[in-house]
Ligand binder design. Structure first.
Ligand code: PEP
Ligand code: MN
Length: 293
């Protein structure tokens, strides 16, 4: 008998990814970064400034987010900026500051690598390589990230479909690196009321299609500070394995993305709300970090 339309799997006629597809591994993949496990029951919360601006800025913000229970510290040393005249990061000096902030807080660090020439250098300082939205389909960079064997956070291209995101992950996986974490960070739509449209449909769909951990970045997903905490909670309710958020000790003075950066007090409040929300959706928050300031 012929199948009715609603029984036909969505991707029946498309070639599916070999390694990223759920059917390759029916268990969820867990990516372990120094004991912080993406894809496990405990939610992973990444927080920190958009860009590393100075030692004072990074250390102040790092201590604040660590004190509120963040699990991983973020901060860009190489910044992809629309205008070449904007602040584009402290580069290697920024990487050195991140490594010092790791010693200070005990938190692993994540930072973006934009260029194949820097994969080795960034890997020497960071615990996780971030591949940004603009580079999701930079195939040479995906290949080098695969060869590096470092944990990789792969952000969805702002114009990419779910299928294209999974093919990008496939590049990293097929170069021998199974430590891939996916990140929904909002896509371009006709809507201009916010910076991007945070596509939370992606969370259950990705969890259906792939065994890889999925986190959400509501900072770039909205571009608006007062929306970030609500969308962070919505992402967890939708089944995300964690969050990545921008926090700055003085957002008004930030050199990059200040208007979407949380004040440390907003972040503290969000972490308290997540303590209540997590058990309602079968998740847990990590116990507070003991090595703390
Ligand atoms: C970032 O997280 O620092 C960033 C630049 O985000 P995206 O690549 O999603 O724009
Ligand atoms: Mn940013």
């Amino acid at each position: 008998m012929e199948k009715s339309v609603c029984e036909i799997p969505v991707q029946e006629n498309k070639p599916a990814q070999k390694l990223a597809a759920r059917r390759y591994d029916s268990q969820n993949t867990i990516v372990d970064v120094d004991g912080i496990r993406f894809g496990d029951k405990e939610l992973v919360i990444i927080a920190g400034p958009c860009a590393v601006e100075s030692q004072e800025q990074l250390f102040t913000t790092a201590k604040q987010v660590a004190g509120s229970g963040a699990n991983i510290l973020r901060g860009g040393a190489f910044k992809p900026r629309t205008s070449p005249y904007s602040f584009r990061g402290l580069e290697e000096e920024g990487l050195e500051l991140l490594a010092k902030a790791r010693t200070l807080t005990g938190l692993p660090v994540i930072t973006e690598v934009m260029d194949t020439r820097y994969v080795k250098t960034v890997s020497q300082y960071a615990d996780i390589l971030q591949i940004g939205s603009r580079n999701m389909n930079n195939y040479p960079l995906l290949k080098e990230a695969g060869l590096s064997k470092m944990p990789v956070l792969l952000k969805r291209g702002m114009n990419a479909t779910i299928d294209e995101l999974l093919w990008a992950a496939e590049y990293i996986l097929s170069h021998g690196n199974e430590k891939v974490i996916l990140c929904e960070r909002g896509i371009r739509t006709y809507e201009t009321a916010y910076r991007n449209t945070l596509d939370l449909n992606a969370v259950p769909m990705l969890r259906h299609l792939t065994h890889l951990p999925v986190i959400v970045d509501p900072s770039h997903g909205t571009g608006i500070r007062w929306m970030v905490s609500d969308m962070a909670k919505a992402a967890i309710a939708a089944g995300a394995d964690g969050l990545m958020m921008e926090v700055h000790h003085d957002p008004e003075a930030a050199l990059c993305d200040g208007s979407q950066s949380l004040f440390p007090e907003d972040f503290e409040k969000l972490m308290q709300d997540l303590q209540l929300l997590a058990p309602a959706v079968g998740r847990k928050m990590h116990a507070p970090h003991t090595a703390l300031v």
